[in-house]
Design a protein around this ligand. Structure first.
Ligand SMILES: Nc1ncnc2c1ncn2[C@@H]1O[C@H](COP(=O)(O)OP(=O)(O)OP(=O)(O)O)[C@@H](O)[C@H]1O
Length: 858
């Protein structure tokens, strides 16, 4: 039935005046509803006549109108024989029983087709849609056509008797199809279809009455049932379709709709463009105020820091856990939950106490280990020797704290940083023991027998590869004399090794018996530095050795079900570079970020949290250097200002001009005050402020240090020390010791000590040269204002450096600070009188000349 529907061409509304349309008829019928404008279309759909808008009539009236219209057509066709008015027919239709209605529907269908014949276009369309010739359509419609044709060909000489008329009428009604067949010539029905049509007519006649009544549309609109009736090839088909449709309503024959799943809830998640993993994008944030007693850390006293230990820590100056320790230590203490035992990354300000945050839980775990066996279980990697020494001290403190608390053993701590020869370090790290092992002994003898022949060659053997070198070391080891049936076995002398990455790599390669098989802690302090630089590719060499699991149980953590290497990665300027972190092969990592309490600015710029946080009690200032050639003089003025060291006493003054200047009224007036407030003295005390001056290179540091000594031989020179990476380690160590004991008060240093060095009493940091990066600035100024103390940072900047400094460092959103950076004018611009400054410049030029002579004389 669907194939028969030929939709009308778009926008082509047939001209109702051009062809007679059934819709026109109702207008003449006594219908109370004014007929709508005819929208005659020859198809079934075209029969729908919408009810007039807001006519105040009920839809029932419209329904009536529809039926009236169809029956009108019938009435029209019969009007010549039965002179009943159309209104009567309409009434009858409305009163029809459902059964009759069904029959009439079939007739309607046929008659409708007759009407459709008036439109040649439609006839062609329907025939084509069926795939038959148009003839077939004509034949189907023939019974209805006959009424008109038969009338026109009826002989005029018929008997006028009523009997004959009645007979004829009956005959006509009974054999309407036969008459159609008899009118072959008129209908031009092909013979080949005649028998088919006859059979069809008979079957229509003999067909039983439909059992199911056709439903009438309730609202006057034509529904699909009507359409199917109208378009059915004949009445029987239409009835059958009706039956089928009605039956489908009552009996579904297993075609019930399958249960469908609940419709999925619409996805309300906003698209995210975050490329960082969740642990990095959403770190654990710790407020700087979050201090806690050590005894409260951990899930229980047994698995945490016991109160006896907390008391001992307090005795050592660690009264309660700093904020970063409050956040990190619980993550590193034993836990039953595996998800709490992943690797930990820490980003916290300089001087916030990161060292104790990892040293305490690591030493605790190793203290509770095997009583008798010393194995290398903890590895701490740091970028400089100074830091190695510093961390060693903190770890030793922790060892002392746990040693008395029922710990099974006192962990041994070793350092390796290249301050000694490799052999000295090897002896400090590894112990050789003779072990009874006849089998290994015979194998060793075999090797030695083979070696004898080639001994002379080996003496001047040149190693081309690492493997060759290792083999040579093994041969040397074989030659160490032992007791019969004994071989050399190796034993670690240290439980914890604190080292620089370069030396660690050397031990892995060249120290017999040096093994990382038992290591279960890896600490990478100053991580951004260690991951950002190559350091003999230490990551590629160390990390695979920590992943190997050749000895089952060797990496088991005490008091927890964790096995494997626990990695702790720390920095004040922690890298978020996943590529760099990837090399560490982190497991279930968590990032802990220490935030400032209420950073005045820099906490968030455009909603982006600051990358670095400066110590809360740090005060920063910057001084513009107008003439870079006189920069050392600017520094001298700053040092000798009341802001830092104060002016030297007039009696001991290095400065001739200053003495002469003191003759002036202004100076003589204040000389008594100057004496009273003078801070610089050749004999410093712990109260004398301490200063760390950073330069951009070793050479600049050495040169500046010498220049300051020449400019102030009496006062600054005795207080001055220099720290560069070219300075011998022993000299460096002595310098730091002297500084910590207040014998030295001013250190001129390269960036060697910019990171990690803890100089607790340091009051001032001066950036003589602007740092190379924001991170470098953070580390440099972080040498002061540590552990909750106050501190000052001063930066000298030249005109070309001004833009970068103020934009990236001072005002950049990447650095969170409590106070804004002060912009200061140089001393020469304000306080000094012209002739005093001129005198300083003259002395500076003399000092430069002398420096040049010294350099040339070397
Ligand atoms: N709980 C504590 N109580 C008192 N002082 C502490 C505590 N924890 C650490 N300190 C002290 O704070 C100072 C800074 O500690 P530490 O050197 O570990 O800082 P840091 O965060 O590693 O700094 P940097 O990033 O510069 O290396 C040290 O002098 C240390 O002794």
């Amino acid at each position: 039935m669907y194939s028969r529907y030929v939709p009308p061409p778009k926008g082509s509304i047939p001209n109702t005046s051009a062809s007679p349309q059934p819709q026109q008829t109702p207008n003449s019928i006594s219908d109370p509803v004014p007929a709508p404008a005819p929208k005659a279309q020859p198809t079934a759909y075209a029969r729908y006549v919408p009810p007039p808008k807001s006519n105040g009539q009920t839809p029932v009236t419209n329904q009536t109108q529809q039926h009236v219209r169809f029956d009108d057509v019938v009435a029209e066709g019969k009007q010549s024989n039965e002179d009943e008015p159309p209104t009567k027919k309409a009434k009858l239709t409305e009163d029809d029983s459902p059964e009759k209605s069904k029959k009439k529907k079939s007739k309607k269908s046929k008659k409708d087709k007759t009407k459709n014949q008036n439109s040649p276009k439609e006839t062609i369309g329907v025939g084509q849609a069926y795939g038959f010739g148009d003839d077939l359509i004509d034949v189907e419609d023939a019974p209805i056509q006959e009424t008109a044709l038969a009338r026109s060909h009826r002989p005029q000489t018929e008997k006028p008797s009523k009997e004959k008329k009645r007979e004829k009428k009956l005959k006509k009604e009974k054999n309407i199809d036969e008459a159609a067949a008899g009118d072959e010539d008129e209908n031009e029905t092909p013979k080949r279809y005649r028998s088919v049509l006859e059979k069809k007519a008979k079957s229509i006649k003999s067909a039983p009455e439909p059992a199911v009544e056709a439903k009438e549309p309730e609202n006057g609109d034509i529904d699909m049932q009507d359409v199917s009736n109208i378009d059915a090839p004949n009445a029987e088909d239409a009835d059958m379709q009706n039956d089928a449709q009605d039956g489908a309503e009552t009996e579904l024959h297993g075609l019930e709709p399958l249960p469908q799943p609940e419709p999925a809830a619409p996805d309300t998640a906003k698209p995210t463009y975050e490329t960082l993993p969740a642990w990095l994008a959403e770190p654990i944030r710790i407020s700087s105020q979050a201090t806690t007693p050590f005894s409260k850390l951990g899930i229980s006293p047994e698995l945490g820091i016991r109160s006896e230990i907390a008391e001992r820590l307090s005795a050592k100056g660690y009264k309660e856990a700093f904020a970063v320790q409050t956040g990190v230590i619980p993550l590193l203490l034993p836990h039953h939950c595996n998800s709490m035992q992943g690797d930990v990354l820490v980003s916290a300000a300089t001087g916030s106490g990161k060292t104790l945050a990892y040293a305490l839980p690591m030493v605790r775990d190793i203290s509770y280990g095997n009583r008798h066996l010393t194995r290398l279980r903890g590895l701490v990697v740091l970028p400089t020797r100074e830091l190695v020494k510093q961390v060693q001290q903190v770890c030793e403190q922790c060892v002392g704290v746990f040693a008395l608390d029922g710990a099974k053993r006192r962990p041994r701590i070793a350092i390796s940083m290249g301050s000694q020869t490799l052999e000295q370090e090897q002896n400090a790290l590894i112990e050789r023991e003779e072990q009874y092992n006849p089998e290994a002994y015979s194998q060793r003898m075999k090797r030695l027998g083979l070696l004898k022949n080639s001994l002379s060659e080996e003496e001047d053997e040149d190693y081309n590869t690492e493997d060759e070198e290792k083999a040579a070391i093994a041969k040397k080891e074989d030659r160490i004399p032992t007791l019969p049936d004994h071989v050399i076995s190796y034993k670690s002398k240290a439980d914890i090794l604190i080292c620089t990455p370069g030396r660690l790599v050397e031990h892995i390669k060249y120290t017999p018996g040096f093994s990382l098989d038992f290591v279960r802690w890896l600490v990478v302090d100053e991580a951004d530095k260690l991951l950002g630089q190559d350091f003999q590719q230490w990551i590629d060499i160390v990390i695979p050795r920590l992943q190997s699991d050749t000895r089952p149980g060797a990496r088991n953590h005490k008091q927890s079900n964790l096995s494997g290497v626990r990695k702790v990665v720390l920095s004040a300027t922690m890298t978020r570079d996943l590529e760099q972190l990837e090399g560490l092969k982190l497991r279930r990592p968590k990032l802990v970020v220490l935030e400032g309490s209420e950073d005045q600015d820099g906490t968030a710029v455009d909603g982006v949290p600051a990358e670095h946080h400066l110590p809360e009690l740090l005060e920063e200032a910057a001084i513009k250097v107008k003439d870079p050639n006189l920069k050392p003089l600017y520094l001298l003025d700053l040092l000798q200002s009341d802001k830092i060291l104060g002016a030297p006493t007039p009696i001991d003054s290095d400065d001739e001009t200053s003495s002469s200047g003191s003759d002036s009224d202004s100076h003589s007036d204040t000389s008594a005050d100057a004496l009273a407030t003078a801070k610089i003295s050749p004999n410093p005390s712990p109260k004398t402020p301490s200063v760390l001056i950073f330069t951009r290179s070793n050479e600049t540091a050495l040169r500046l240090s010498r220049l300051l000594s020449l400019l102030s031989p009496k006062h600054l020179s005795p207080l001055l020390g220099t720290l560069t990476s070219t300075t011998p380690y022993a000299a460096r160590r002595d310098t730091i010791r002297a500084f910590l004991s207040a014998k030295l008060r001013v250190l001129v240093a390269s960036d060697l000590v910019a990171r990690g060095i803890d100089l607790p009493a340091l009051d001032h940091v001066v950036n003589y040269d602007v740092p190379a990066s924001v991170a470098s600035y953070v580390h440099r100024v972080g040498r002061t204002a540590r552990a909750g103390r106050t501190g000052n940072a001063w930066t000298l900047y030249t005109n070309p450096e001004a833009r970068w400094f103020w934009k990236e460092v001072a005002a950049g959103g990447g650095v969170a600070r409590m106070k804004k950076v002060l912009r200061l004018g140089a001393v020469e611009e304000g306080q000094d009188e012209g002739h005093v400054w001129e005198g300083k410049v003259r002395r500076y030029e003399e000092a430069l000349e002398r420096l040049g002579r010294e350099a040339g004389g070397r």
